[in-house]
Design a protein around this ligand. Structure first.
Ligand code: NAD
Ligand code: UD1
Length: 344
C-alpha cells in the first residue's frame, strides 16, 4: 500500500516509516520540517537498504494546513491510507501559546481530512495520546476509561481531533479511523541512526537523562519523590518507539477493508518509576547519572499505565522490548549523535 505519512520526518514518524517500508509498504512523507530535518529521509533509506533514487519513499516539504499543497500530493500519488503524526507536542508551550496549538494541530488535522475527502481517501490512523484520559480514577487505563478534564491545550487538541474524525465517520461511514493513544514513547532505532532530537531543554524524562549522560547537562531534576508510588517518584508506561511504530503497521491491517472507528492504547501495560528509568539508563551507559530531587511539576500525576490487551486481542500486537532495551537504544543514538541531527 501507499501511505501518506504526515509528520513522517519526526521522531515517531521516522521510526514508523522504517517499519512500514520493511513491511512492504511505500511511504510518501509530508512534513513542514518545523520540528525535524530532511536528512532523516537518507537515514530511513540507509536503514531499510533502499537506493538513493528509490520510488518507495518520497518527500514533500508541505504544511498540512495548506490545502493546495495537499491537493498536489493527492493528485500525484495514489494514496491508500494517511497516518497523521503532524503536530506540535510540548505541553508547557501549548499553555503559553494555545492559539498556535489549536491552529496547527486542529486546523491542520481538519485541512488534511478535507483534502482526503476531496480525493476520496477515507482511511486514517491518528496519533493521539494517553493525556486524553486526564487524571483517571482507575489504573490501568483501558480504552473504556472515560475521557476526563484535560488540563492543557495540547491534550485538548488531541481530544478534539479524535472527536472530529469520529464525527466525519458518522457523516460518511465509508471512512475508517484508527485512533492510537500512545503512552510514553522512548528509545531509538537499534542502528543508532534515527532517534529523538529535542530542541532546547528537553521536556521529557528520557531525553533529559540522555543529555546528562552525554555530558550536555549537569544533573537530572527528579520532579517529586513524595508521590504515593513504591519509591515516591512518578510511574509511567514507557514504550520503545520501534514497538510503537510496529503498532501502526498492525493497525493498518485492522483498518482495511472496513473497521469504522477503533481506538487502541499503545503501551506495555507496565509502569516504571523515574528512579527505575534512571537506574536502567545508568546500566545502559555504564555511568552514574547525577540527580537532585526537585518540587513536583505542575500537572503531573502519580501513576499512569495502560491495559494494552485490546491491541493484542484485535491487532495481534504487543510491545516486546524491555526498559533496558529502550535505554540501551536511547544511549546508542545519543552517544553516536550527541547533537542529534545537528545543523544539516
Ligand atoms: P515530532 O515533533 O518529532 O514529529 C512531528 C512532526 O510533524 C515533525 O516532523 C514536524 O516538523 C511535523 N509537523 C508539525 N506541524 C506540522 C504541520 N502543520 N504540517 C506538516 N508537518 C508538521 O513529534 P513525535 O514525538 O514524533 O510525535 C508525533 C505525534 O505523536 C504528534 O502528533 C504527537 O502529539 C503525538 N504523540 C507524541 C508523544 C511523544 O511522547 N513523543 C506522545 C503521545 C502522542
Ligand atoms: C508528558 C506530558 C504528556 C505527553 C508526554 C509525551 C506533561 C504534564 N505531560 O507526559 O502530555 O503526552 O509527555 O510527550 O507534561 N520527570 C522528571 N524530570 C524531568 C522530566 C520528567 O522527574 O526532567 C518525571 C515526570 O515528573 C514524570 C516522568 O518523569 O513522572 C515522565 O515525564 P515525561 O517524560 O515528561 O512524560 P509525562 O509527564 O508522562
Amino acid at each position: 500500500m501507499s501511505i501518506l505519512v504526515a509528520g513522517g520526518t519526526g521522531y515517531i514518524g521516522s521510526h514508523t516509516c522504517v517499519e512500514l517500508i520493511e513491511a512492504g509498504h511505500d511511504v510518501v512523507i509530508a512534513d513542514n520540517l518545523s520540528n525535524s530535518k530532511e536528512v532523516v529521509i537518507d537515514k530511513i533509506k540507509h536503514i531499510t537498504g533502499l537506493s538513493e533514487d528509490t520510488p518507495r519513499i518520497k518527500f514533500y516539504e508541505a504544511d498540512i494546513r495548506d490545502g493546495a499543497a495537499l491537493d498536489e500530493i493527492f493528485e500525484k500519488e495514489a494514496i491508500d491510507v494517511v497516518i497523521n503524526f503532524a503536530g506540535k507536542k510540548a505541553v508547557g508551550e501549548s499553555v503559553e501559546c494555545p492559539l498556535d496549538y489549536y491552529e496547527n494541530n486542529v486546523g491542520g488535522a481538519v485541512e488534511l481530512a478535507k483534502a482526503m475527502a476531496r480525493h476520496g481517501v477515507k482511511n486514517i490512523i491518528f496519533s493521539s495520546t494517553a493525556t486524553v484520559y486526564g487524571e483517571p480514577d482507575v489504573i490501568p487505563v483501558t480504552e473504556e476509561t472515560p475521557i476526563k478534564k484535560i488540563f492543557h491545550p495540547y491534550g485538548q487538541t488531541k481530544a478534539m481531533i479524535e472527536q472530529i474524525l469520529q464525527d466525519q465517520y458518522a457523516a460518511d461511514p465509508e471512512w475508517n479511523v484508527v485512533l492510537l493513544r500512545y503512552f510514553n514513547p522512548i528509545g531509538a532505532h537499534e542502528s543508532g541512526l534515527i532517534g529523538e532530537d529535542p530542541k532546547g531543554i528537553p521536556n521529557n524524562l528520557v531525553p533529559y537523562i540522555a543529555q546528562v549522560a552525554v555530558g550536555k547537562r549537569e544533573f537530572l531534576g527528579v520532579f517529586g519523590d513524595d508521590y504515593e508510588t513504591y519509591d515516591g517518584t512518578g510511574v509511567r508506561d514507557y514504550i520503545h518507539v520501534v514497538d510503537l511504530a510496529k503498532g501502526h503497521v498492525a493497525a493498518l491491517k485492522k483498518l482495511l477493508p472496513k473497521s469504522g472507528v477503533s481506538i487502541y492504547n499503545l503501551g506495555t501495560g507496565k509502569g516504571s518509576s523515574v528512579m527505575d528509568v534512571l537506574r536502567a539508563y545508568e546500566g545502559a551507559c555504564g555511568k552514574e547519572i547525577p540527580y537532585r530531587i526537585m518540587p513536583r511539576r505542575a500537572g503531573d500525576i502519580a501513576i499512569y499505565y495502560c491495559d494494552a490487551s485490546k491491541a493484542l486481542r484485535e491487532l495481534g500486537w504487543k510491545a516486546e522490548k524491555t526498559l533496558e532495551d529502550m535505554c540501551a537504544d536511547s544511549w546508542k543514538w545519543q552517544s553516536m549523535n550527541p547533537d542529534g541531527y545537528g545543523d544539516v
